[in-house]
Design a protein around this ligand. Structure first.
Ligand SMILES: Nc1nc2c(c(=O)[nH]1)N[C@H]1C(S)=C(S)[C@@H](COP(=O)(O)O)O[C@H]1N2
Ligand SMILES: [Mo]
Length: 373
C-alpha cells in the first residue's frame, strides 16, 4: 500500500482506496452525465432531434437515475475528497508548469463535482439560493466536469491499473481489512441514501422516502403538485364559464370547444406517470380526449408541431411543444379527469396535457390553446 507521506498517517489516505472510490465515482458521474444530457435534450430538443413517445416510463427511469444516483454520489464524493485531501494540501502548490496544469484540472474536478452535487441537491429541495439559472449552470458545468474527469482518468491510468487490475504485491491483511471496512461504510451510506429516497419514484417504497423532498402520495387526488393554481395565478380564470379550448394555426378547420364539448368527444383512459425533472414521479389514471383526435378534427398535417398553451400568464412552463411521435400516440391526452373525477385546480383544471415518455415540465396544465405549425 502506498500511503501518502507526511503527517497524514491513516493508511486510508491511500492509492488503493482512492482508486476504488474513483472507479465508483467514474461510473456514477458517467450515469449522471448521460442521463443529464438526455434530460436536457428532452426538454430542449433541436429541430433535427425528435424523441420517441415510448417506452412510456423511459424518462421516469433516466431522471430517477439522474437524481437518486446523484444523491448516492454525495457520500462517495466526500469519502474520495477525504482520502486524497493530503494531496490537495501539497506545498509548494506547484513545482512546474505541467504540475500547475494538473492541479488546475484537479481544482475543476473538485469544484465542478461539489458544484453539481450541491446545486442539484438544493434544486430538488426547492432552495433557489443563487442568482443564476440552475439548468444552464448545471448543464454547462457538466461538460467542464466530465471533460476534466476524462483527462484525470487518462493521467491516473497507470495508478488505476496497478491498484485495480494488477496484483503485483501482497498487501498486509490488516490494511486490506481497514480498507474493506471503510469502503463498506461508504457504500452503506450511499445505499441508505438510495433506500430513503427511491420511494419518491418507486411507489412500493414510498413509505421509506424519508429523505425525499416529495412524497409521491401527498397532494390533491393522490398526486404531488409543483406549481399550484394559486401560485400560477389562474384560480379565477379556470372557472370562467366562457372557457374555450381552441385549435388554431396551420389547420384546415379551426376549433373552439367548451368544456362540455370536450366531454362529449370520445373519452379515453390511460395510466401514465408525471415524471418531474426533480426525480419524483407518480402515476395516475387520466381520462380525456386524444390529442390526435383533435388534430384529425382540425385537419392537421402529419408532420405538424403542436404547441399547447396554458391559461397561466407568465412562467417558463406555460407552453410546451408536442411533436408528431407524441401527438400521434394514442396515449397522449388532453386530460379532463383523474381517476374519474374532474382534475383538481392544482392538477390543471379544466384541461391538461398528459403524454408518455415526457418530462413533467412539459405536461402543461390549464391548457386553453393548441397552436399548430
Ligand atoms: N402551466 C403549467 N404547467 C405545468 C407547470 C407549470 O408551472 N405551469 N409545472 C410542470 C411541472 S414542473 C410538473 S412536474 C407537472 C406537475 O404536475 P402535477 O402538479 O399535476 O403533479 O406539471 C407541469 N405543468
Ligand atoms: Mo417538474
Amino acid at each position: 500500500m502506498r500511503s501518502v507521506p507526511g503527517r497524514f498517517t491513516s493508511g486510508l489516505h491511500s492509492e488503493g482506496v482512492a482508486a476504488r472510490l474513483g472507479l465508483w465515482l467514474g461510473i456514477s458521474f458517467t450515469v449522471a452525465f448521460v442521463t443529464g444530457l438526455f434530460s436536457h435534450f428532452m426538454q430542449h430538443p433541436p429541430t433535427w432531434l425528435t424523441w420517441p413517445s415510448r417506452p412510456v416510463n423511459l424518462y421516469r427511469v433516466t431522471q430517477g437515475l439522474h437524481v437518486i444516483g446523484g444523491l448516492a454520489t454525495i457520500p462517495l464524493l466526500f469519502a474520495k475528497l477525504w482520502t486524497v485531501y493530503p494531496k490537495l494540501w501539497q506545498w509548494p502548490p506547484f513545482r512546474s508548469v505541467s504540475h500547475a496544469v494538473e492541479r488546475a484540472l484537479v481544482l475543476i474536478l473538485v469544484g465542478g463535482a461539489l458544484f453539481q452535487t450541491i446545486t442539484g441537491l438544493l434544486n430538488i429541495s426547492y432552495a433557489y439560493l443563487w442568482p443564476f439559472s440552475f439548468p444552464a449552470a448545471h448543464y454547462w458545468t457538466a461538460y467542464l466536469l466530465y471533460g476534466a474527469l476524462v483527462i484525470h482518468v487518462v493521467n491516473e491510468w497507470a495508478k488505476i491499473r496497478r491498484q485495480l487490475w494488477t496484483k503485483e504485491q501482497v498487501e498486509p491483511p490488516n490494511e486490506v481489512a481497514a480498507r474493506r471496512r471503510f469502503l463498506g461504510t461508504v457504500a452503506a451510506a450511499s445505499g441508505l441514501t438510495v433506500l430513503f429516497t427511491v420511494g419518491e419514484t418507486v411507489r412500493p417504497l414510498s413509505g421509506l422516502a424519508l429523505l425525499a423532498p416529495r412524497d409521491p402520495r401527498i397532494g390533491p387526488q393522490g398526486l404531488p403538485v409543483n406549481k399550484s393554481a394559486a401560485a400560477a395565478g389562474v384560480t379565477a380564470v379556470i372557472h370562467d364559464p366562457g372557457y374555450r379550448l381552441t385549435v388554431t394555426g396551420a389547420v384546415r378547420t379551426p376549433l373552439s370547444l367548451a368544456y362540455d364539448d370536450l366531454l362529449r368527444l370520445p373519452q379515453h383512459t390511460v395510466r401514465l406517470p408525471i415524471s418531474c425533472v426533480e426525480g419524483w414521479s407518480a402515476e395516475a389514471e387520466w381520462s380525456g380526449v386524444r390529442l390526435r383526435d383533435l388534430a384529425e378534427m382540425a385537419g392537421v398535417a402529419p408532420d405538424a408541431v403542436l404547441t399547447v398553451e396554458s391559461l397561466e400568464k407568465g412562467g417558463s412552463y406555460r407552453t410546451s411543444e408536442v411533436r408528431p411521435p407524441h401527438w400521434n400516440d394514442p396515449l397522449t391526452l388532453l386530460a379532463l379527469r383523474i381517476d374519474g373525477a374532474p382534475l383538481a385546480p392544482d392538477h390543471g383544471f379544466p384541461v391538461r396535457l398528459i403524454a408518455p415518455n415526457r418530462p413533467g415540465v412539459l405536461q402543461t396544465k390549464w391548457v386553453s390553446k393548441v397552436v399548430v405549425a
